[in-house]
Write a protein that binds this ligand. Structure first.
Ligand SMILES: Cc1cc2nc3c(=O)[nH]c(=O)nc-3n(C[C@H](O)[C@H](O)[C@H](O)COP(=O)(O)OP(=O)(O)OC[C@H]3O[C@@H](n4cnc5c(N)ncnc54)[C@H](O)[C@@H]3O)c2cc1C
Length: 345
């Protein structure tokens, strides 16, 4: 059902690390933000793909996990009281007569603002599903396509399917916790990073991890709960492995989604921007983070943070030319400190 439109200063599509940091940068300038994400929680790739893995290249954080980084970005954004519209995709975009842009979500939320920030990363990502017969029967109760909380797998019997980094990393990380982890890969060569492959082979040698080369050929269980998985090995042996949870990591399909139809200049699914402002070819629409492209672009979180800072200032000047922008440092500017709620009384 369509809802009554709400108006704000900036609509950020995507709540990955870069979208979240844009709230902070916009907030310093006195701008209010609404954020939209088709996932049901903020954090983008950091939360969906590697919440418990350490990141080593965030300035001044020698190590921080994906989840910690997102928690801290949420804390940093909180003085500016952003509004989140989660579990819904930004679907339609249209220009209003007053110059504002209107975004309509798949849940019928309507938000209008002079500034749109496209921070959609690689787009909406969905896991590739394995072609196992009977998958549908067990999918809801016994399949996970992402690890949100490692504790869930304590003392469970897991079958991980895949040969890339995600499959190997989770086989390594979950093997000390689970009762048993079996890694199934259809070839004898893994696609993962060299060090990770070596770790997997070492664990397999020490019997801490069961590695099977072959294919899953049947699923067994009752009422949607898996009990066993049949594997046909590359040598042709048919074996049964006890299994409570199946974790297929067979890659992700990424779809840019509706944004591809918004009239923005695209270069291989990336949005072209002016790298002095991060504006797209449409006035008032900006793109930052993994989704944007320009000469010299590096796809890293730290680059996205920089882009958010430059974008916020450029967008402020464009949308509010008559307002004075609070410049200077967070350490010394009293207007900024008041907005942050840290000004001395
Ligand atoms: C395994 C792995 C390890 C990594 N390690 C590092 C590292 O060590 N250091 C580093 O700097 N980078 C690392 N990265 C890359 C880093 O995660 C990305 O650069 C970063 O997440 C990009 O942030 P973003 O906010 O641009 O996009 P994303 O994190 O991709 O977030 C985009 C968000 O937009 C949402 N979205 C998409 N389309 C729509 C739509 N139409 N409507 C609503 N919402 C939408 C998505 O659901 C998603 O939540 C790693 C990536 C992976 C996969």
């Amino acid at each position: 059902m369509m809802q009554k439109p709400v108006t704000t200063d900036m609509i950020i599509i995507g709540t990955g690390p870069v979208g979240l940091f844009a709230v902070f940068e916009a907030g310093l300038l006195g701008l209010k933000c609404h954020l939209i994400d088709n996932l049901d929680r903020p954090g983008g790739q950091c939360i969906e793909l590697y919440p418990e893995k350490p990141i080593y290249d965030i300035p001044s954080r020698p190590t921080v996990t994906g989840a910690q980084l997102v928690d801290d970005l949420m804390i940093q954004a909180s003085p500016f009281d952003p509004t989140f519209h989660l579990g819904q995709q930004a679907e339609a975009l249209e220009k209003q007569d007053n110059g504002n842009w209107r975004v309509v979500t798949t849940r019928g939320i309507i938000v209008e603002a002079p500034i749109i920030v496209v921070a959609v990363g690689a787009g909406s990502f969905v896991p590739k599903k394995p072609p196992f017969k009977k998958r549908a029967e067990f999918e809801e109760k016994s399949f996970d396509y992402a690890v949100h909380k490692m504790e869930k797998y304590r003392d469970r019997k897991l079958v991980i399917v895949g040969g890339g980094d995600s499959a190997l990393d989770w086989a390594i990380n979950l093997s000390p916790l689970a009762e048993k982890v079996t890694l199934v890969h259809r070839r004898e060569e893994f696609r993962g990073a060299y060090d990770t492959v070596q770790q997997v082979l070492k664990l397999a040698q020490g019997k801490a991890l069961d590695v099977q080369y072959g294919n899953v050929t049947d699923l067994m269980g009752k009422d949607g709960q898996l009990s066993d998985v049949e594997i046909t090995t590359l040598k042709g042996d048919v074996i049964n492995i006890e299994c409570d949870v199946m974790l297929p990591f067979m890659g992700l399909k990424v779809k840019l989604g509706p944004i591809a139809d918004w009239g923005l200049n695209l270069d291989k699914k990336h949005v072209e921007v002016n790298h002095e402002t991060f504006e797209t070819t449409q006035r008032g629409i900006y793109a930052i983070g993994d989704v944007c492209t320009y000469p010299g672009k590096i796809k890293l979180i730290l680059t996205g943070f920089y882009e958010a800072a430059v974008m916020a200032r450029a967008a402020f000047k464009y949308a509010f030319p008559d307002r004075k922008m609070a410049g200077g440092y967070t350490t010394t500017n009293s207007v900024i400190q008041e907005r942050l709620g840290v000004a001395e009384k």
